[in-house]
Write a protein that binds this ligand. Structure first.
Ligand code: PHE
Length: 445
């Protein structure tokens, strides 16, 4: 069987498509708002540069060498104890778990595209009522759009790497970049841009407690799609002549740039049109539509294209959350791609329904433990626990288990004299930092 591979640029777009997602445009602005801005942003940026980038290269390396699903790639690369190392590949389950709420949020976005066409809330109060009504009693709306997201994602994955995932990213990523750039330029022209800029870049250290620290590191992994095998699985279909280091640089650059641009743009709109940055997960669904309303006629147009851009970002990430387990089913259980896509799709689809129920009046009591509902628990366990843990395992695997000569043979031609710095960061900086994060987590829990 001929294996379909990405083209070189196709791989970069797909990996960037995976990285740039709801994490950048929905989550990053609201957690930045919650944790007070500058200091939080700084910890996130330092983590991306010092740890994220090295682990991105390590993850691409495992996939590129292994050429298979995550479980098989770990098994193949491990020099000894293969039967144990293969379990590291099961970090991909985190992707399906993330997808249970990711799909629900994509559903909210699809709903907002449709409603923003004709109506925007006239005040933050009205916007809040609309959003919480959907969350607390809009079962059928959420169910319908969650189903639409399930159908789109499953269909694209069933079309394969080349005809599904690469094509999707070829269209959606450039469109996303064009929309965001256009809106950002408009934000630049508004008076409040300066205020948004200082909120995001002037660090207020008093706000940085250990929870903020853990969240910032966890978010760096989440936003770069690290620690669960998405990048690894894509890298398994990377063309042989690809430059791993260049590709990793592009992905990290695009992801960071888009998060900063989205954050600056949103905060500018929020300050300009009368509300603050600390609105939690409802930020883009509550404060933003109310801000768009204040813009007048342009507002409807902006709202619709903004939610379209957000849906694009979400969908290109969603396929990468599910693809690793699909690839695993194909490689290890010889399932056809269609069957694999459908069975993994049904997994997140069904649990996603419980995620919806965990926000609804009447059922949420049964799906809430210790102050967090199912939605919050899955978000917390995946982003703050599983992804950093997956990253730790990968840094140990490439830093200590795989012979250095193998990493050198593949990466030195690209990293040149930086090879030793990368290797050092993988062996010492990343594991120590991740270990501290995990200790902190235990403290928080
Ligand atoms: N990086 C994606 C985002 O920012 C989410 C994601 C996490 C995708 C892990 C794949 C793997 O939204």
């Amino acid at each position: 069987m001929k294996i379909a591979r990405f083209s070189r640029i196709g791989f970069i777009l797909a990996a960037a498509g995976s990285a740039v997602g709801l994490g950048n445009i929905w989550k990053f602005p609201y957690i930045t708002g919650e944790y007070g801005g500058g200091a939080f942003v700084l910890v996130y940026l330092i983590t991306v540069a010092l740890i994220g980038f090295s682990i991105m290269i390590a993850e691409m390396f495992i996939g590129y060498k292994g050429r298979k699903d995550t479980v098989t790639s770990f098994e193949e690369l491990a020099p000894t104890k293969k039967h144990l190392w293969k379990y590291a590949g099961f970090q991909s389950v985190a992707g399906l778990l993330i997808m249970t709420f990711y799909s629900v949020v994509i559903g909210w976005i699809l709903n907002y595209i449709v409603t923003s066409l004709s109506h925007l809330p006239a005040s933050v109060k009205e916007a809040e009522t609309t959003f919480t009504t959907m969350l607390h009693s809009g079962f059928w709306t959420q169910f319908f759009y969650h189903s639409v997201a399930f159908v789109i994602v499953t269909y694209i994955i069933s079309r394969g790497i080349k005809g599904g995932i690469e094509k999707l990213n070829d269209y959606l990523m450039p469109s996303l970049i064009i929309i965001l750039t256009g809106m950002f330029l408009y934000a630049l022209s508004l008076d409040s841009f300066g205020k948004a800029f200082s909120f995001m870049f002037a660090p207020d250290w008093s706000k940085l407690n250990s929870e903020a620290f853990v969240t910032a590191v966890g978010h760096a992994f989440f936003t770069l799609s690290l620690g669960m095998g998405a990048i690894m699985t894509y890298a398994a279909s990377m063309p042989k002549e690809s430059n791993i280091v260049h590709s990793a640089l592009w992905v990290v650059f695009l992801d960071t740039a888009i998060a900063l641009v989205a954050g600056l743009m949103l905060f500018t709109f929020l300050y300009q049109y009368g509300s603050g940055p600390d609105k939690g997960p409802g930020l883009v669904f509550i404060s933003l539509p109310a801000a768009f309303y204040e813009m007048g006629a342009l507002g409807n147009f902006f709202a619709v294209i903004f939610f379209i851009a957000l849906a694009f970002a979400g969908l290109t990430s969603a396929v990468s959350l599910v693809e690793p387990m699909v690839q695993y089913m194909i490689d290890r259980f010889r399932l056809s791609r269609i069957k694999a896509a459908l069975s993994m799709g049904l997994f997140f689809y069904i649990i996603g329904i419980f995620v919806i129920l965990s926000g609804l009046d009447g059922t949420k009591e049964y799906l809430t433990w210790g102050g967090k509902n199912l939605f919050d628990w899955i978000d917390f366990l995946t982003a703050a626990v599983m992804l950093p843990l997956g990253g730790l395992v990968m840094s140990i695997f490439v830093g200590y288990v795989v012979p250095k000569s193998e990493a050198e043979a593949t990466l030195k031609p690209y990293l040149k004299s930086y090879f030793e710095i990368w290797y050092f960061s993988l062996r010492y900086i990343a594991p120590i930092a991740l270990f501290i994060v995990i200790l902190n987590l235990i403290g928080i829990m």
